[in-house]
Design a protein around this ligand. Structure first.
Ligand SMILES: Nc1ncnc2c1ncn2[C@@H]1O[C@H](COP(=O)(O)OP(=O)(O)OP(=O)(O)O)[C@@H](O)[C@H]1O
Ligand SMILES: [Mg+2]
Length: 292
């Protein structure tokens, strides 16, 4: 199963918000979209979800089941926590009792409590609502997960717990994940590839791969790799960060990322996919080429 987007452009009225987007996503792969506010990440996700038709370009997908978590939780106000989570299970023909049991089990995995099960969305905090929305996306065990800033409303402890839940589900189902995050560290932790987007109009500026297996990514390694990314001029410019040119500073070479002292790390650090090398470096036989 795979998704291929070619030369996709989208405009709202006369404003072009996405320009010549190309991307590929394969089963079992996690792709993170990162970029500043307004660069079109959510718009791209809505197009992949089939909620928007692109102005130009092609999108081919062989994924069947899609689970979505949008930037706003979009919970049904008249349904409680369990019923919101179990919403998609009805369409799969799962009986009501079983739907409720699965919904409740997933709610507990999300760190919600027994006493939360019958609450309605207006009775939930923002972080609780986003956990219900994430649980709803996972509930049907889809083969493509579209997640728009799934962890943004959560504290650091919950985030870590839910990273584990997501990883477990992806491992168990072989699902592909297209996720948006503002947090580069989160992207380095969870993704196989990162697409750095720039605004006006939204476009892919650069693509990075993270070849190291997720279970081998220690916190120290993730901090080190994120630090290297944060020193790349394009990344700094893209997020409007001041350029650093102090003594001893150098532009990080993303093709030779530091391994943080972990054996075997030199070969599997974050790496920019550029030009011809993109075509041989990517996992799953993926051919790069969306790199500016
Ligand atoms: N329905 C719409 N009608 C008109 N313009 C829109 C619509 N949705 C989004 N836009 C515009 O498209 C651009 C991209 O918006 P989008 O929500 O995709 O950005 P984003 O990268 O997800 O931003 P953020 O990180 O803040 O969520 C913005 O300039 C926004 O104003
Ligand atoms: Mg958005």
């Amino acid at each position: 199963m795979e998704l291929h987007i070619r030369h996709l452009t989208h405009s709202f009225a006369l404003t072009e918000v996405l320009s010549d987007i190309n991307l590929d996503l394969h089963a079992g792969e996690t792709l993170a979209l990162v970029g500043p506010s307004g660069c079109g990440k959510s718009t791209l996700l809505h197009i992949v979800a089939g909620l928007l038709r692109p102005s130009e370009g092609t999108l081919e997908s062989s994924f069947r089941g899609i689970g979505c978590m949008f930037q706003q939780p979009r919970l049904m106000p008249w349904k409680n926590v369990v019923d919101n989570i179990a919403l998609g299970l009805k369409g799969l023909g799962i009986p009501a009792g079983s739907r409720r049991r699965q919904g409740a089990a997933l709610a507990l995995r999300m760190g919600l409590l027994e006493r939360d099960m019958d609450k309605f969305p207006y009775e939930l905090s923002g972080g609780m609502q986003s956990r219900v929305a994430l649980a709803r996306a996972l509930a049907t065990r889809p083969d493509l997960l579209l997640l728009d800033e799934p962890f943004a409303a959560l504290d650091v402890g919950l985030r870590h717990e839910l990273y584990g839940v997501l990883r477990e589900q992806v491992r168990g189902t072989g699902a592909a994940v297209l996720m948006i995050t503002h947090d580069l560290m989160e992207a380095v932790r969870l993704a196989d590839r990162l697409l750095l987007m720039a605004p006006h109009p939204g476009r892919v500026l650069r693509e990075f791969m993270v070849p190291r297996l997720q279970e081998r990514r220690s916190d120290d390694w993730i901090y080190g790799q994120t630090g290297r990314l944060m020193r790349i001029r394009e990344v700094r410019e893209c997020f409007g960060l001041p350029l650093q040119r102090e003594e001893g500073d150098h532009e990080a070479d993303p093709t030779a990322a530091d391994d943080g002292g972990v054996p075997g790390g030199m070969d599997d650090g974050v790496r920019a996919l550029t030009g011809a090398s993109a075509n041989c470096a990517a996992p799953h036989g993926h051919r790069g080429g969306c790199v500016a």
